[in-house]
Each structure stands twice: as structure tokens, then as C-alpha cells.
Design a protein around this ligand. Structure first.
Ligand code: SAH
Length: 390
């Protein structure tokens, strides 16, 4: 096996368990490395660090799969890992739908597998894991006998690894428009055409958190996608619910989801640019008991972080102004670079500018099928906040 020897001085990060090894941390490579190979990593004084897969064209030269020296990375290795991922999800209470594999946080860097009951959606976002795709598919077949497996590798980040963007069946073809159950509700999910893997499982527990604040309420939800939060609000007893999204496809699906749950009388969805509409409605002095915001990530790079901060402040300011005194703002952020403290700070600035007093009701993160590893900041990405707005 090719050996990767680290420099004498490396960030303590690697020894503390972080799986990424950057090219500038490597002193030398012993053997001939081809992209995607599994390599063994050693410190400058020949102490074993771990085994991982390498890609010479990526800034992250190695991503570690294991700290064990003796274990063999083969097809069986992936069966065992995925089985362990499923055991953990079952332990914490997931039965049907969950993120089965959350990349680095599950010791399987750049691998995402979402489980929608009998259907699986897979993303292999680095060369070294993409190579194992047939093994991963076999592992899923063996462990779950799925009704279908679909690849959603239509993700730009793959190009940094020299991979093409692609999507398609990894099992026999099947109807990719499925229906899933969540918190007693039913939702259409389009595994092939939907955003990301088709559905945002990371908010599945947070959707229950709005239960007590929406009873009898007039609710406005912006960035609704397929209407999940809004349909929960209607189910939990809201008087009226309006959801907005810029995507006509998402809005059509959201309206279908309202019908699927027989909530279409109280819950409807419209195509709108939330930034424009919220501003306009503030001018018109419209008021809601609950306003919910769940925008897409505003930036992936530090260069545009300031713009993202301004975006969050702006949308939350507008959202707050639409809340009746004593009502609630439900606000999410999935931008990795905006950490929980910064997010709260932004909300504080928005409240100040809106001249409103806020009280924190709950502040949490993604559901635990997307585990957070404290030493890997990237794993803690979702912020979910409810505040009462006076
Ligand atoms: N709350 C949803 C996920 C929202 S994802 C859920 O739990 O399933 C973010 C959504 O914001 C996407 O559907 C995207 O189409 C929408 N979006 C992006 N920019 C927008 C804008 N300016 N106005 C309204 N919606 C927007």
C-alpha cells in the first residue's frame, strides 16, 4: 500500500481525530499514487495515523476512513460500516426515513446516503469514495433489499475531485416519485427531480417543534420547498397557512402535499420571491402570528460571508416586522460558515433594527441522524431558532 508521510509540524487537528489531510501537510509519498487509492498515513517518525483514500488533484490529499492499522478496506468493510450506521439510527429512534450515512460524521468521508423507507439516495462526492459505488450498492442490497437506489451526484463539488456530475438509477429503474410518512403526515418526494436528495431530512425533528406555537395561528412560511413545515402547522391546528417559494415546481408539489393530507382548505402555497414579498407586505402592514423562514445556504465561501450575514439580517428583519406582538418567528440557517453564535448575533441585530424585543423559545440543530462531531465544525451546520417577538 502507498505510504503518505506527514511533515514534522502538522496541525493537531489530524491527531485529534479530524479525517482530512491537506496536501501541504504531507512531507512525502512512498510508492506510486493513483487517484482514489487507499493509502496508509504515518507521522514523520513513522507512527501509524490511519488509512484513507487519496486524490492528488484535491487540496485535501487524504480523507481518512479508519484509524485501525489492521483492518482491510474492502467490500465487506463498507457492509460493516453501513450496518453500524443503521444500528445507530435505530438506537436513536429512526425507523423509516433518515440520513443513513452522514459522511465524515460516520467515518465515511464524502458519502451521503438518505433512506426513504425502502428507497435509497446516494451521493459520492469525492473520487476515493466514488470508486466504491458498486460496493456501496451491493452493501445496501444485502442489508436492506431496497425497492430502489438512486444516485444524486448532480453536485458541483464533484468537479473539484475531477468527477463529472451525474444522476440515475443504481438499481433496476423504478418510479422515483414516492410518498414518505413523517410525524404522521404524508409527503410526495421526487427522488430524481427534487432538490438535493429530494427531501430535507435534517429538519424532520424540528418540524415537530412548532406544534404548540401554531394553534389557532395565521402562519406565513417562506422558502417552503415542498411545504413540510407549513403542512405540519396546519396539522397542528393553525387557522390559516400560506407558504411561499420561488420555485414553481416546489410550490406545485407543496400544494399536492396539502391535498394528500386533506389540509388544502387551510394551507396553500404560492410562487414568490420571499425577499420582495416580505418587504412589500411589511409596507402594507400585514401581520401574522407565526412567520417561518428556511432559506437555502447563502454562501459556501468566506469571501462572500459578509453578504450572507447581510442576507440573513435582512430576511429576518423583514420576517420579524410581519409578526404580531406576542407572535413567533421560526428561523433556520443551513450556512456552514455562519455558526450558532453568529446566527444568534444576526438575529439580535435584526431585532434591534426592527425595534422588537425577542425571547428565545428554542434553539437547536439538525436532527441527530446527521450527527455532530464537535471537532469537525462542518458537521454542525443547521441552526433552528424559535423566538417570541414582542
Ligand atoms: N423548509 C424546507 C426546505 C427549504 S430549502 C423543508 O423543510 O423542506 C430552501 C427553499 O428556498 C428552496 O425550495 C428554494 O427554491 C427556495 N428559495 C430560494 N430563494 C428563494 C427566494 N428568494 N424566495 C423564495 N424562495 C426561495
Amino acid at each position: 500500500m502507498v505510504k503518505v508521510i506527514l511533515k514534522r509540524k502538522i496541525a493537531p487537528r489530524v491527531l485529534l481525530g479530524h479525517p482530512w489531510i491537506f496536501a501541504n501537510e504531507v512531507d512525502r509519498i512512498e510508492g506510486t499514487l493513483s487517484g482514489g487509492d487507499v493509502v496508509a498515513v504515518y507521522t514523520h517518525d513513522q507512527k501509524f495515523v490511519g488509512q484513507g483514500y487519496a486524490n492528488p488533484r484535491s487540496q485535501i490529499l487524504v480523507r481518512l476512513l479508519t484509524r485501525e492499522e489492521r483492518v482491510v478496506i474492502d467490500e465487506q468493510y463498507f457492509v460493516d460500516r453501513i450496518k453500524a450506521c443503521w444500528t445507530y439510527r435505530q438506537q436513536i429512534g429512526y425507523t423509516e426515513n433518515c440520513r443513513l450515512v452522514f459522511g465524515e460524521a460516520d467515518g465515511l468521508p464524502q458519502l451521503i446516503i438518505d433512506k426513504f423507507n425502502d428507497y435509497f439516495v446516494l451521493q459520492t462526492l469525492a473520487l476515493g469514495i466514488d470508486r466504491w459505488k458498486p460496493a456501496l450498492v451491493n452493501a445496501l442490497q444485502q442489508l436492506f433489499q431496497p425497492k430502489g437506489i438512486y444516485e444524486r451526484n448532480d453536485v458541483p463539488v464533484r468537479e473539484l475531485e475531477g468527477l463529472v456530475q451525474q444522476k440515475g438509477f443504481l438499481s433496476d429503474p423504478f418510479d422515483t416519485r414516492i410518498i414518505i410518512q413523517e410525524n404522521g403526515l404524508r409527503f410526495h418526494v421526487d427522488l430524481a427531480q427534487g432538490q438535493k436528495t429530494g427531501y430535507f431530512l435534517d429538519q424532520q425533528d424540528n418540524r415537530r417543534a412548532i406544534r404548540s406555537i401554531v394553534k389557532g395561528a395565521d402562519v406565513l412560511g417562506a422558502f417552503t420547498y415542498t411545504g413540510t413545515f407549513e403542512i405540519h402547522a396546519a396539522q397542528y391546528g393553525a387557522r390559516s397557512v400560506l407558504g411561499l417559494d420561488i420555485s414553481a415546481q416546489a410550490v406545485a408539489q407543496a400544494n399536492e402535499n396539502a391535498r394528500l393530507n386533506n389540509l388544502q382548505d387551510r394551507c396553500r402555497f404560492e410562487v414568490a420571491n420571499a425577499f420582495d414579498v416580505l418587504k412589500q407586505w411589511t409596507k402594507e402592514k400585514k401581520q401574522y402570528d407565526v412567520v417561518m423562514l428556511d432559506p437555502p445556504a447563502f454562501t459556501k465561501s468566506r469571501a462572500t460571508l459578509q453578504k450572507a450575514i447581510t442576507g440573513y439580517k435582512e430576511i429576518n428583519l423583514r420576517g420579524m416586522k410581519l409578526v404580531r406582538p406576542g407572535g413567533f418567528l421560526v428561523s433556520s440557517s443551513c450556512t456552514n460558515l455562519v455558526g450558532p453564535d453568529l446566527f444568534l448575533e444576526i438575529i439580535g441585530m435584526a431585532a434591534k433594527d426592527a425595534r422588537r424585543t425577542i425571547r428565545q423559545v428554542c434553539f437547536q440543530s439538525q436532527s441527530p441522524d446527521h450527527p455532530i462531531i464537535p471537532s469537525m465544525e462542518n458537521t454542525h451546520y443547521l441552526k433552528f431558532l424559535i423566538v417570541q417577538v414582542q
